[in-house]
Design a protein around this ligand. Structure first.
Ligand SMILES: CC(C)(COP(=O)(O)OP(=O)(O)OC[C@H]1O[C@@H](n2cnc3c(N)ncnc32)[C@H](O)[C@@H]1OP(=O)(O)O)[C@@H](O)C(=O)NCCC(=O)NCCS
Length: 200
């Protein structure tokens, strides 16, 4: 059974990153570089914007083929990308878990798009295989001083689980991260109806 990995929220369509997203991908990354830099790993030094898009597309394709990574864009009605939303490190077996990642374009931040999109992302992660990924647990880790990201995590229902020391290298430093998680038992569906193949 192939799963349609997309979800509509009131103002966004979340769907996988495609080749046609090149110009918007480049525009958003160019204008958001300073906005993302303190909080998320930077691209490899010397990588061109085009190279970065190719790498993202390749990662999205390989992840889709192996079932380990889902790279989504959040599209506004006018076709602009409002942000990037990812489920990565998808691990099956007795885990059935993934990590969530998010970034909203600097020109769209503070308008509730992050909250809306990650709510949809969690619906997709937890919905059963005809509508979503059927995962049991989604985790998200962030630098403790990232107030916007922590507020977003709390708003969409993640629980704080602890502090991971020297967890991720960001802007050249190994930074501690607060760990958040949500499991399917805690999840209430907002934008997807998990019982219907046509979605909510
Ligand atoms: C984190 C991020 C995705 C939030 O996206 P967003 O669309 O601006 O978030 P929302 O508008 O849905 O706001 C979510 C909450 O955070 C709050 N918030 C937003 N920006 C904030 C800021 N700079 N400081 C404190 N709180 C902030 C909002 O007020 C809202 O809470 P409220 O409803 O109680 O008022 C965005 O700021 C971003 O991309 N940051 C840079 C990259 C990043 O940090 N990625 C995550 C790495 S872990």
């Amino acid at each position: 059974v192939s799963t349609l990995l997309e979800v509509r929220t009131p103002r966004l369509l979340l769907r996988p990153l495609w080749e046609i997203d090149r110009n918007e991908f480049l525009r958003v990354h160019a204008l958001s570089a300073e906005f993302f830099r303190p909080w998320a790993p930077s691209p490899p030094e010397g990588e061109s914007p085009e190279g970065r898009f190719r790498r993202a597309l390749d990662e999205a394709r390989r992840g889709a083929a192996s079932g380990t990574h889902v790279s989504l864009v959040g599209l506004l009605d006018d076709g602009r990308i409002a942000g990037f939303f990812t489920l990565y490190g998808i691990f099956r077996g007795a885990f059935q878990s993934a990590y969530a990642g998010w970034g909203v374009s600097a020109d769209q931040a503070g308008r509730g798009y992050g909250t809306e999109a990650v709510t949809g992302l969690l619906d997709l992660a937890f919905a059963p295989p005809d509508r979503g990924l059927g995962l049991h647990r989604v985790q998200a880790n962030m630098i403790p001083s990232n107030a916007a990201s922590r507020r977003l995590a709390a708003k969409v229902g993640f629980r704080e689980e602890g502090l991971a020391l020297r967890y991720l290298q960001i802007a050249g430093e190994w930074r501690d991260h607060v760990m958040y998680a949500r499991t399917v038992e805690e999840h209430t569906f907002t934008y997807l109806d998990p019982g219907s193949a046509s979605g909510g």
